[in-house]
Design a protein around this ligand. Sequence first.
Ligand code: SF4
Length: 349
Amino acid sequence: MGFKDVETAVYEKTGGGSVRCGVCPRRCVVEEGELGFCRVRENRDGRLMSLVYGKAVSSGIDPIEKKPLFHYAPGSKALSLATVGCNLRCDFCQNFRISQEWEGVVGQELPPKRVVEQARKHGCGGIAYTYTEPTVFLEYARDTMKETAEDMYSVFVSNGYITEEAIDVISPHLDAINVDLKGNEEFYRKHCGVPDPEPIFDAMVSLDKKGVLVEVTNLIIPGENDSEEDIRKRAKWIKENLGPETPVHFSRFRPDFKMLNKEPTPVSTIEKAIGIAKDVGLYHVYSGNVPGHETESTYCPDCNSLLVKRHGFSVVEFNMDKNMECINCGRKINIGGKGWVPEKLFKGS
Ligand code: SF4
């Protein structure tokens, strides 16, 4: 099977040969022969085409903890798929070479069926759409998810800048998502090229209502999005709109791309953010990029027993029974996963 460009899943013709994309809230109006903001959708004779279908720029095998997803199929491996392109312009992007600074659509030919075969061959529990923004390769992700076997999961690692129409395309097949919630409105404008982040919040609520497990990551950058007021506001929003069980990850920034002049986030700042979120009433709050820290692990919100001990991206202890209850006090914990039978992880029964 050769490379093929496919028609964008959601767009409309606006007359005179131009089209309006409906995949992300930018809703680019694209003239004939032009590209959208993400540079991977082109108006070709009045049809908006995806240029990255089946063109994998990356397809590695990662622990699902690396996404990070801590409450979905812990200890499993995920085939991690990306194409070039992004609908944001983050100054601190860790994958800027494939998200922003690429020239020409590059990638290995990897049709949906082959992605699934590779995942199976490598013993993966499922497929993660990640590294760049999966919304910009929505059609490739959609068709791969449709090919994915009943016992394998599909997860997104996303900036959440996606429309309701595009959510409708993927949500029937999507099991979990980690949304990178970056900062306040000013931060989104200054560092990500997003004029209004409101649709990101709407998307998280919508996905949660549709039964997709939502985990939230917040990369904390010194002096940019680390104020107590800001962190408290974000944590409060998560609790009130997604619920107190929502797993939240405060991740440590390391200088990258256009933010090389910043210092790495002190571990004490991450610890402080975790303290604020717990004070607000969130039960499962984790550190990211602090390997070996006790806050990488899951504890029972009722009796504080250690339930899932992690080190870096590895699960090293799992103290729950098969009903996902704390083996000390019996409290139900929101951990699960399609086709996930982690018998070697169980201590109880
Ligand atoms: S997916 Fe690309 S073309 Fe479509 S609205 Fe977003 S940035 Fe524009």
